[in-house]
Design a protein around this ligand. Structure first.
Ligand SMILES: NC(=O)CC[C@H](N)C(=O)O
Length: 384
């Protein structure tokens, strides 16, 4: 049972706007970039997604915590969000898998949050004014203008290198389910557990590597393909990953990237990245494959995007490339495909944790790319 909400809490934005409510989760104070997620389901996956490191997440779905917390759905070993904002916490957690309440879990992991009636007003404010920093303060607090000043002193997301802070310290292997077909080297820039799982299901043995692993160490595994994961922070600050990818691409190894990985591939192609006004976070973003016209409803969590020409193929150091997918809400780049090199990437989340499974076929496409490149056990195991 969730405790009765007592006491006061306030959410303060860097522009001085304040929202009042009651404490939810741990008491104290926290700072981060204020973002909102429109997902109606999947709060457990959202909370444990390393891409949310240093972000305070507001849920637009008004009732959060209904199914409690289970031990199967976390996407990593801890909650990563810097703070949590909900409208109305569920008073009862009810699900056969539930082990404890969301409130208990937030408290146990020291995550400061607020329950407040104004989540709609907050979301509209961010949509109009754009992304900004925020702080949550529980208990008796200083005047709002003083708190806003402290928020303005907290670090910005622009220029933040965060992937190295969330990445695995040591490499580890996720074995293939059934017969092994491919060796995949996955650069962990903030990887979610479901991602290597989706590849393992397709016969990939996935070697998950720390974010700053140099190309020579990646290639020493003699991988059939290299995967670049999602991750937190500004892609413009992750030069080490761009360098690693450039080294990998000199070898001709197939590449697949998602989210942060799409941005890193974009940078390796010589493209720029920029901060979106307020980003895409949720499980119902319409993305169109420009080759087939097919629309996937997809899971998103990104605040930056790649700047690329939409009017046809363009030149890169690896031959021609094109924008493969666009978001139908705002036309932003949602995927890149190289035409003269076996590499592609998407800005969204085919691992679908949480979210619809429309884009799961992209993992099959990666396997097909590795098979076509003449790698993998299906082509005869040449590596002995
Ligand atoms: N989920 C992700 O990989 C996010 C990528 C990047 N940090 C962004 O906000 O755009």
């Amino acid at each position: 049972m969730t405790r009765a909400t007592t006491g006061t809490a306030v959410l303060v934005l860097e522009d001085g706007r304040a929202f009042h409510g009651t404490p939810y989760g741990a008491e104290g104070e926290t700072f981060g970039e204020m973002v909102f997620s429109t997902g109606m389901t999947g709060y457990q996956e959202t909370l444990t997604d390393p891409s949310y490191h240093r972000q305070i997440v507001a849920m637009t779905s008004p009732h959060i915590g209904n199914t409690g917390i289970n031990d199967e759905d976390p996407e990593s070993s801890r909650i990563w969000v810097a703070g949590y904002v909900v409208r109305e916490p569920a008073r009862i957690a009810s699900n056969w898998r539930s082990r404890r309440t969301l409130d208990e879990e937030l408290r146990a992991q020291g995550v400061v949050g607020i329950a407040m009636p104004g989540t709609r007003a907050l979301t509209r404010h961010l949509r109009e004014r754009g992304a900004m920093r925020a702080g949550v303060f529980t208990g008796p607090h200083a005047p709002v203008e003083e708190l806003a000043e402290r928020v303005r002193l907290s670090p910005s997301m622009v220029g933040a290198d965060l992937a190295t802070q969330v990445s695995t310290a040591e490499p580890y292997v996720v074995p293939a389910h059934g017969e092994k077909r491919f060796t995949v080297a996955a650069l962990d820039l903030g990887i979610k557990a479901m991602t290597p799982y989706r590849m393992a299901e397709r016969g990939c043995e996935v070697h998950v590597l720390p974010a700053a692993t140099p190309a020579a160490e990646v290639l020493a595994l003699r991988p059939d393909g290299v995967f670049l994961s999602n991750g937190p922070g500004d892609p413009a600050a992750a030069d080490y990953a761009v360098r690693t990818l450039a080294g990998v691409m000199e070898s001709g190894t197939p590449v697949f990237g998602i989210c942060f990985g799409n941005q890193i591939l974009g940078r390796a192609l010589g493209l720029g990245t920029y901060k979106l006004r307020y980003g895409h976070r949720g499980v119902n973003q319409p993305v169109q494959d420009r080759r087939t016209g097919k629309v996937d409803i997809s899971a998103h969590n990104h605040g930056f995007a790649v700047q690329a020409p939409l009017d046809g193929p363009f030149g890169t150091p690896y031959g021609r490339a094109e924008v493969s997918h666009v978001n139908l809400n705002d036309d932003c780049v949602e995927g890149l495909r190289l035409l003269d090199y076996p590499a592609f990437s998407v800005q969204y989340h085919p691992e679908a944790a949480a979210g619809p499974h429309d884009a799961a076929g992209l993992f099959d496409e990666f396997c097909a790319l590795m098979a076509r490149a003449g790698n993998g056990a299906t082509e005869g195991d040449r590596r002995g």
